[in-house]
Design a protein around this ligand. Sequence first.
Ligand SMILES: [Zn+2]
Length: 109
Amino acid sequence: MSESINIGKNIRGIDSLDSDEWLWCLHCEKFFQGKELCSADESGERQSCPFCGTSGYGVDIYNWDDWCKDKNGNRKEHWPKEDSELNSGMRCQLGDMSPDNVSVIVFED
Ligand SMILES: [Zn+2]
């Protein structure tokens, strides 16, 4: 059974995530789940990547498939197709970090 993880205030105005939500870290390029987020301080807000310690949902940490499309809207070939393919710590490189690609992040709220 999943629970809600308190992530505190962040840039997207979302303050909690589902513990089973799959996330991806922009810095170490690894997948992990909401329940693996670490606290950066004693506030109880869990914002940090369990692998590299970078923090910030919507800044450095994203829902796993937010980065899966190229600038033409096509799913990146090397990106996992389903969350069932993901493992905690599995690394998937973003590849092209050009501004064109960054601009096509798809957020579904
Ligand atoms: Zn990381």
